[in-house]
Ligand binder design. Structure first.
Ligand code: DAK
Length: 261
């Protein structure tokens, strides 16, 4: 497929997706989200790819759903169609993708842009990153997980304040609050994110998928159920050639050569 609104490339075993509507700060149009979904699915099906990286521009990761696109929609349009902007196939592809996906955020990650970053497995932020759910300023509220994922990430007080006032959080505050895993200088963001993604992609593929599934389960189940799943997956990893290779390599003081089997 030829993409118009995103750029797609491969660096080794990393699939890179870059939002590419700079003239509107990567506002998420229906077409852009559809392209994103298609590319995410394709990378998830590609054997050579072990991790995905989602990028925006230096000024904006994404400034939200495209306001011009949606301003004249009626309730009934959104309700009946379930709003394909972000709830459609693109968003599903992101949520259903089993391979780890990192969001590298520089500049604005607002509204649907913040929700998109939070739907990735973790966020690496540049020093100039700004996160927010400013929907309240335009007479609406978050619609793609902002009230839920932000609250789980930063707690009720900050999430409530951000959603009710539209206040943005800078990178430092986002790191302190646990919204992002780390902050890196803007100039280093993409290289560092690629390094991290490359490291993940070099690990045993089935093991990274198991880890993603287990960590995500922490949000979906009781502690007892989560611990049980983790124990089962841990035991399952001993059926892998990669577990034998990984432990043997440690004992023999050499690097493991994972076969993703
Ligand atoms: N949509 C459309 N165009 C946008 C945009 C957006 N979200 N954000 C920026 N732009 C456009 C601007 O209109 C401007 O276009 P021109 O005037 O040049 O034609 C261009 O990008 C540059 O923006 P600014 O001139 O405003 O740039 P500044 O540096 O002055 O300000 C800003 C940057 C990010 C603070 C500002 O642009 C801004 O406040 N943008 C809007 C942020 C926002 O309110 N985002 C939330 C949108 S609502 C759902 C799923 C998802 C959603 C809802 C439901 N379901 C599944 C049900 C999501 C909703 C949202 O995200």
């Amino acid at each position: 497929m030829q993409y118009q609104l995103i750029c797609v490339e491969r660096q080794g075993a990393v699939g890179i997706l870059r939002l590419n509507r700079p003239e509107v700060l990567n506002a998420l149009s229906v077409a852009l989200v559809a392209e994103l979904g298609h590319a995410i699915r394709a990378f998830n099906q590609e054997d050579q790819i072990g991790a995905l990286l989602l990028l925006g521009s230096e000024k904006a990761f994404a400034a939200g759903a495209d306001i011009k696109d949606m301003q004249d929609k009626a309730f009934v349009d959104l309700f009946l169609s379930d709003f394909p902007h972000l709830a459609g196939d693109g968003w599903q592809a992101l949520q259903q993708g089993r391979k780890p996906i990192i969001a590298a955020v520089a500049g604005f990650a607002l509204g649907g842009g913040c929700e998109l970053a939070m739907a990735c497995d973790f966020i690496l932020a540049a020093e100039n990153a700004k996160f927010g759910q400013p929907e309240v300023n335009i007479g609406t509220l978050p619609g793609a997980g902002g009230t839920q994922r932000l609250t789980r990430a930063v707690g009720k007080a900050k999430a409530m304040e951000m959603c009710l006032t539209g206040r943005m959080m800078d990178a430092q505050e986002a790191e302190r609050a646990g919204l992002v895993s780390r902050i890196v200088p803007l100039a280093d963001l993409e290289a560092e994110a690629l390094k991290v993604a490359t490291k993940i992609a070099a690990q045993s593929r089935p093991v990274t998928l198991m880890i993603k599934e287990a960590v995500n389960q922490a949000f979906e189940s009781s502690l007892a159920d989560g611990l049980k799943l983790e124990r089962r997956l841990f035991a399952s990893s001993f059926a892998l050639e990669d577990q034998k290779e990984g432990m043997r390599a440690f004992v023999e003081k050499r690097r493991p050569e994972f076969k993703h089997r």
